[in-house]
Design a protein around this ligand. Structure first.
Ligand code: NAD
Length: 255
């Protein structure tokens, strides 16, 4: 099936690379008109590839979020979908985390979710249609590793915010949902994690591989499409089965 987002305008934040770029590519394939937001000017190259518009956006700022939405309205006359995917995950033990470190992660990951929803609400409410989508994580809502106290708190917080916003916006024709990726092979994972981590994750994931940005983007596409019109206030886990095993020794030796 193609053209699943034909006639729709989407803002995608955190789209220069990784999962956000994958979402932008997938949405473009399905006919969406795109405005891409990111702090990284390299996002212009992604936008050029996809015929999209790039707006420099720091999602921890409400006025930046509003400017990205205003660009979508000015260029395309409406805003149907917003994806707040930007996130940072510095590795830091709680005992090494300063209040400033904590606030920085909260500012991008959690305030960013509020800012995206707050900026998208007026036009979506006026047109009685909207899809507000967030990149959550399995880290926080379900599992975690040492070094991710602030990050886990933001992703669990996003899931709570999804439910609250879904309820408040339900009378406006707006749905609010999220995707919880497991371990996805992106530039950030390659920068922040060594080959040993990646090998240990491959061993821990029943499907035997890390996910791709496209695996995650396909779940976003469903939530953004007409097929998800009766789905709100929830998240889809895309983790290759990583949450299933009770322990590390789960592989059945072949007979
Ligand atoms: N890669 C994974 O395994 C994984 C797993 C679960 C959840 N996630 C989540 O997926 C999202 C994307 O992760 P990724 O691995 O693709 O990371 P990434 O670092 O490759 O991409 C993140 C993008 O967000 C942008 N960004 C960072 N701060 C921003 C800000 N303040 N405003 C606007 N843009 C900003 C970056 O420039 C970058 O383009 C994040 O929310 C992350 O928490 C990733």
């Amino acid at each position: 099936m193609t053209g699943r987002l034909e006639g729709r305008t989407a803002v995608i934040v955190g789209a220069a690379r990784g999962i956000g770029k994958g979402i932008a590519q997938r949405f473009a394939e399905e006919g969406a008109k795109l405005v891409l937001g990111d702090t990284d000017a390299d996002c212009q190259a992604t936008a050029d590839q996809l015929g999209a518009t790039f707006v420099r956006t720091d999602i921890s700022s409400l006025s930046d979020a509003e400017a990205a939405v205003a660009t979508a309205i000015a260029k395309h006359g409406r805003l149907d979908i917003i994806v707040q995917n930007a996130g940072i995950y510095p590795w830091q033990l709680i005992e090494q985390t300063s209040p400033e470190d904590w606030d920085r992660v909260m500012g991008v990951n959690l305030r960013g979710a509020f800012n995206a929803a707050r900026a998208a609400l007026p036009p979506m409410r006026a047109q009685r249609y909207g899809r507000i989508l967030f990149t959550s994580s399995i880290t926080g809502p379900h599992v975690t590793n040492p070094g991710h106290g602030h990050y886990a708190a933001t992703k669990a917080g996003i899931n709570g915010f999804i439910r609250a916003a879904a309820l408040e916006f339900s009378g406006y024709g707006i749905t609010v949902n999220g995707v919880e990726p497991g371990n996805i092979m992106t530039e950030a994972i390659q920068e922040h994690r060594g080959p040993e981590y990646i090998a240990s994750m491959e061993a821990a994931i029943p499907l035997g591989r890390l996910g791709t940005p496209r695996d995650v983007a396909n779940a976003f596409l469903y939530l953004a499409s007409e097929e998800a019109s009766y789905v709100t206030g929830t998240t889809i886990v895309v983790d290759g089965g990583q949450l299933i095993p009770e322990g590390a020794d789960f592989r059945i030796a072949p007979p």
